[in-house]
Design a protein around this ligand. Structure first.
Ligand SMILES: Nc1ncnc2c1ncn2[C@@H]1O[C@H](COP(=O)(O)OP(=O)(O)OP(=O)(O)O)[C@@H](O)[C@H]1O
Ligand SMILES: [Mg+2]
Length: 551
């Protein structure tokens, strides 16, 4: 066992622990590190990233966080206990890595408890284990002593550990890697697990679904898997069809360089507005949340416009060193704040209860919530049209098919004087007339009509990404790949899939399960085509019902 001197000494840890970081923020720092390690591990490699699992367990006695990311060797672990700043900046994957200051881990652990340990292991290497008695170290400082109490074991478990049955708790196989963080002498024991769980959903929603970095990350909190957040849940839910995705191309000068970027937005209306906690734009940097329901950026938020909610994502927003808010002093923040203002203010004016709506006489959410037609009209001719026609943004989501009829109606009625949009309404939308057909129509077991096209469903046997089936759209063909050997898939289903892909003509049961797979794929396909979930589900259901209607 070797005692080592972290570059920063006892006083550093003492100071960090006095920072008073919220438990949730601290947990988020540790999660960010696990994800960073997972990103780094496969940086520049051809192989796809395997699934990352992060397991958090939190009680009044102890907090543990375990991951199966890349792990650390003794040297890395020692560095991690000091300032780790340079490491992530120099990485080939620097653009994707969240860490930037080099002390998130120390600040997080020191704020959560008075004692922490890190056990870590790289693939095919020995495990190493550091014990940091922060409270004791702080006492040493007080007593004017300089001896270090931090302690690392480079080839196995550390005898000074306080982890009960450590060999049972964390013991990856020789070929596996990962990190286990243990924190005890918990400082704030009155945390609310449910609200932490809920907030984790928002904080990590870009990672709990597949993204450009790899498959969905599994984050578990006290044994429960973090799911997709229900946006707008506390505000009466999202108004259907109101959600719009757009990009905001933006350039600014930093020193002598001009930097061009595109900030990604998703914005929608909730049924309820209100004050403080209602509405706002959650801000994400490198897919990590840095501010929840921010009401400052763009200076558009008010009680009148609080039914607007959304999020944006850019690599250029930075958190402050305490990570409890953004650094609002950066050049990017200031410039972007100015640029965003007119766009969001225009949208806010639209939903203003005094001056908003299509006629400028006010927007009444409550009345609209009861009148689907009026709401549809407002969305088509006001809200969505506003973003679609705004010169500063590029809308990427398609206009919801369900609202097309309002645009068509509009073309047939001469626009009266009570038509002014909130800002400049712009020219009438010159969408070509389309025959009024149902958007979705089941045909038979292998096809359906959607938006004027006939789509064929094609079953192919192929390896998938680990799930039992997968699909892709190629022109008007929807190819469904069935993998009867996918991992995680239970034997019975595997057998069934095998049977039905080998001989699709067989029994009724096999056919039914295949049709259920197709139904699911149709549902997914419609979601991708921007059909609202409830509608997509109903269409997919109508497709399968159509097949069995005579049986
Ligand atoms: N779960 C983990 N798996 C592998 N390495 C880790 C893990 N957690 C921390 N590390 C290592 O420890 C170092 C220190 O982490 P720390 O959070 O203190 O700094 P950072 O992530 O570089 O920057 P920031 O202060 O912005 O978080 C990291 O750079 C990384 O090398
Ligand atoms: Mg970090």
């Amino acid at each position: 066992m070797t005692q080592f001197q972290p570059q920063l000494g006892n006083a550093f840890y003492k100071a960090l622990g006095a920072e008073d970081m919220e438990p949730l923020l601290a947990i988020n720092e540790i999660i960010a590190n696990s994800i960073d390690s997972w990103i780094e591990e496969y940086c520049g490699k051809k192989a796809k990233r395997p699934k990352l699992s992060i397991d958090i367990n939190m009680s009044a006695k102890q907090i543990t966080i375990q991951d199966n990311a890349g792990g650390m060797e003794p040297e890395e672990l020692k560095n991690a206990m000091g300032f780790a700043k340079v490491q992530k900046e120099l990485s080939d994957c620097a653009d994707d890595l969240m860490g930037m200051y080099g002390f998130g881990l120390k600040a997080a652990t020191a704020n959560l408890g008075g004692h922490f340990e890190v056990v870590s292991k790289r693939k095919n290497k020995d495990l190493c284990h550091v014990v940091m008695p922060i409270d004791k170290m702080a006492q040493e400082v007080k007593a004017g002593k300089s001896g270090m109490l931090s302690d690392i074991e480079e080839n196995g478990y550390n005898k000074k550990t306080k982890i009960k049955d450590v060999e049972k708790v964390f013991n990856p196989a020789k070929t596996k890697s990962g990190t286990f963080i243990y924190i005890s002498q918990i400082k704030r024991t009155n945390f609310n697990p449910e609200s932490i769980m809920n907030e984790l959903c928002y904080a990590w929603h870009f990672f709990t679904q597949e993204n450009h970095l790899g498959p969905a990350v599994e984050i578990k909190f006290n044994g429960v898997k973090i799911s997709e957040p229900e946006w707008g849940r506390d505000q009466g839910g999202q108004v259907p069809y109101s959600s719009i995705d757009f990009e905001f191309p933006f350039s600014w000068r930093e020193n002598t360089k001009t930097i061009d970027t595109k900030v990604q937005f998703s914005v929608w209306l909730n049924y309820k507005g209100g004050q403080y906690q209602a509405g706002g734009l959650s801000l994400y940097r490198k897919l990590q949340m840095v501010s929840y329901k921010d009401q400052e950026l763009g200076k558009w938020w008010s009680n009148e416009s609080a039914s607007i909610e959304g999020y944006l994502s850019t690599n250029y927003l930075t958190p402050n060193q305490r990570k409890d808010d953004l650094d609002r002093t950066t050049r990017f923040y200031k410039e972007f704040n100015k640029a965003l203002e007119p766009v969001m203010k225009g949208a806010a004016k639209l939903v203003d209860s005094q001056r908003g709506g299509l006629d400028g006489k006010g927007f009444s959410r409550t009345a609209m919530a009861q009148d689907e037609f009026e709401m549809g009209k407002f969305l088509a001719l006001g809200w969505l049209k506003y973003f679609n026609e705004h010169p500063l943004v590029e809308v990427s989501s398609k206009f919801p098919k369900e609202l097309e009829k309002f645009l068509k109606d509009k073309q047939n009625t001469p626009s009266g004087p009570e038509d002014p949009g909130p800002e400049d309404p712009g020219p009438e939308d010159p969408r070509p007339e389309e025959p009024a057909v149902e958007i979705f129509e089941p045909i038979d077991e292998n096809s359906f009509n959607f938006d004027g096209e006939t789509y064929q469903l094609l079953i192919l046997k192929d390896k998938t990404d680990g799930s039992s089936y997968d699909w892709k759209k190629t022109g008007e063909q929807i190819e469904i790949f069935i993998d009867d050997e996918a991992d995680g898939i239970n034997k019975e289903l595997g057998g069934m899939l095998k049977k039905m892909t080998n001989d699709p003509g067989v029994g009724k049961w096999e056919k039914l399960s295949l049709n259920l797979v197709k139904e699911h794929v149709i549902h997914q396909f419609l979601l991708k085509e921007n059909i609202q979930n409830a509608r997509a589900f109903a269409y997919a259901k109508s497709w399968i019902e159509n097949i069995y209607k005579n049986e």
